[in-house]
Design a protein around this ligand. Structure first.
Ligand code: NAI
Ligand code: MG
Length: 474
């Protein structure tokens, strides 16, 4: 199988003919050959997006018609659910059932939501005391660079391109090197749905392709999800042209389980939050804080639950955890299970398994600055700490430079709101996990990024507001 760029409406290899192997982390063998984008391919893609923006119909198409085409795009995504599921499973080992049951519907929903939101949302109209009619136009920003990570390749790519396209921009999408296939398929389906050539371009390749895109002067917006380290490099590159950036970066989410929690429910949600997608989730609840009164009961059930999770062939519908996404990532995650990284911590259950699998791993007793407890491990690894008072628990949860997500479990209404207010995080879930309302702001504080996307927050980022004042003569 060959996976190609989609540039200006054409599927194409790289200008210099370069390609790389797409490794299936379950078989650990190459299953496809991927066009390896470089500076020239990025330049071609930005030029195609620029031309489609400056002279093509897309930014000038009415919202109803744009919405109709985007709904067609979503229809095609749904119709290709099986192909997307195969793509994600083979590219990064995600269970096929999770892609088909969750990621594909969410991807289609991303497109549909923003298509409707752009069309149905109101405009700003300012009542005048001066005899002027003043209103705000939200005009498309231009060419959007969207750089996506490998952990939810389809879902996060659509989360970026949907608002960008719905508000009339043209896009160059660069997926992560490990997960090119769903992005290339999106590029082809956009054309099949009737989006004009050059509106959605897809350039495949490694970090240097992403870097070439972020320093290109023809790019008007950069939206990125990935590591905080790469986020900093992108912010620096964007500074040269004052290109606005939206950065959704790493996390080290805390889950607080209070004495008054429904323990079984807390166990169920924290297992999902720690180990879902093999822990390769920016929103993961990878630091668990459990109050003393419920600690023993909770831990017994949590460890049993972790041990009951089924690892295996990601294409098997019974599999809950596939392998980690790549050899390099497996090395990174298992590197956190060495004595130095554990910082005195003890592995209650888990550890490296066969091949690129890591079993759900539960660690206690580590030092506060142990790397496994401090860094974003991005694997099925959770650290557990006991706490006594609510104040102490919230303080511990906040003791990280990240600020993306937090969870808390309590049946006490007052405590729920009080603790939610005290947590430093862009998203707080009370007695639940992973709830995403597409109207709500999504993003994080501190090292977790810059800006928010979602609903009107996406409109703010992907448009240039223009204030028009018209004098009304009397
Ligand atoms: P990364 O942040 O380097 O990669 C994400 C994307 O950025 C990929 O498309 C990559 O090609 C691109 N990229 C890399 N260098 C770039 C540059 N200088 N300019 C522009 N684009 C660039 O993440 P990586 O190396 O795949 O994973 C490392 C760690 O990052 C993970 O172990 C995890 O801790 C974290 N991560 C967090 C994610 C999140 O959802 N917040 C997603 C992916 C990774
Ligand atoms: Mg791969």
């Amino acid at each position: 199988m060959k996976i190609l760029h989609v540039i200006g409406g054409e599927e194409t290899g790289s200008a210099d003919g370069s390609a790389y192997a797409d490794i299936d982390p379950y078989t650990r063998e190459s299953y496809a050959e991927v066009a390896n984008g470089g500076e020239k391919d990025v330049r071609r893609a930005v030029a195609a997006a620029r031309e489609a923006f400056d002279t093509g119909p897309w930014p000038r198409t009415g919202l109803a018609e744009r919405g109709r085409l985007l709904h067609r795009f979503a229809d095609l995504i749904e119709a290709h659910a099986a192909e997307f599921a195969d793509a994600e499973t083979r590219d990064m080992g995600k269970p096929t059932s999770a892609v088909a049951g969750h990621d594909v519907p969410r991807a289609a929903q991303n497109i549909r939501f923003f298509a409707d939101h752009a069309r149905l949302g109101g405009a700003d109209l300012l009542p005048s005391d001066t005899g002027h009619h003043t209103y705000v136009r939200h005009e498309p920003a231009g060419v959007v660079a969207a750089i996506a990570p490998w952990n939810f390749p389809l879902m996060l790519a659509t989360w970026k391109i949907a608002p960008a396209l719905a508000w009339g921009n043209t896009v160059v999408l660069k997926p992560a090197e490990d997960t090119p296939r769903s992005a290339a398929l999106l590029g082809r389906l956009a054309l099949a749905a009737g989006l004009p050539p050059g509106v959605l371009n897809v350039v495949l390749g490694f970090g240097p392709a992403g870097a070439a895109l972020t320093r290109h002067p023809g790019v008007d917006r950069i939206t990125f999800t990935g590591s905080s380290t790469t986020g900093r490099a992108i912010a620096a590159a964007a500074a040269a042209h004052l290109t606005p950036v939206s950065l959704e970066l790493g996390g080290k989410g805390a889950a607080l389980v209070f004495d008054d929690a429904d323990v079984d429910s807390a166990v169920e949600w924290t297992l999902k939050a720690a180990f879902g997608n093999s822990g390769q989730v920016c929103l993961a609840g990878s630091r668990l804080y459990v109050q003393s009164g419920v600690y023993d009961t909770f831990m017994e059930r949590f460890v049993a639950g972790a041990e009951a999770l089924r690892l295996g062939d990601p294409s098997d519908p019974d599999t809950q955890l596939g392998p980690l996404a790549s050899a390099a990532h497996h090395r990174k995650v298992t590197g956190y299970l060495t004595p130095d990284a554990l910082g005195g911590g003890r592995i209650l259950t888990g550890g490296a398994s066969h091949d690129w699998f890591v079993r759900p791993t539960v660690i206690t007793g580590m030092a506060a600055d142990a790397p496994v407890h401090r860094d974003e491990v991005f694997g099925p690894v959770v650290t557990v700490t006991r706490f006594d008072t609510e104040r102490q628990g919230v303080g511990l949860a906040n003791s990280t430079p990240y600020g993306l997500s937090a969870m808390l479990f309590t049946e006490n209404l007052h405590r729920a709101h009080r603790a939610a207010a005290g947590l430093r995080a862009g998203n707080v879930w009370v007695n639940c996990f992973f709830v995403r309302d597409l109207r709500a702001p999504f993003g994080g504080a501190g090292d977790s990024g810059i800006g928010r996307e979602g609903g009107l927050y996406s409109r703010e980022f992907f448009t240039e507001p223009k204030t028009v004042s018209v004098r009304i003569a009397h």
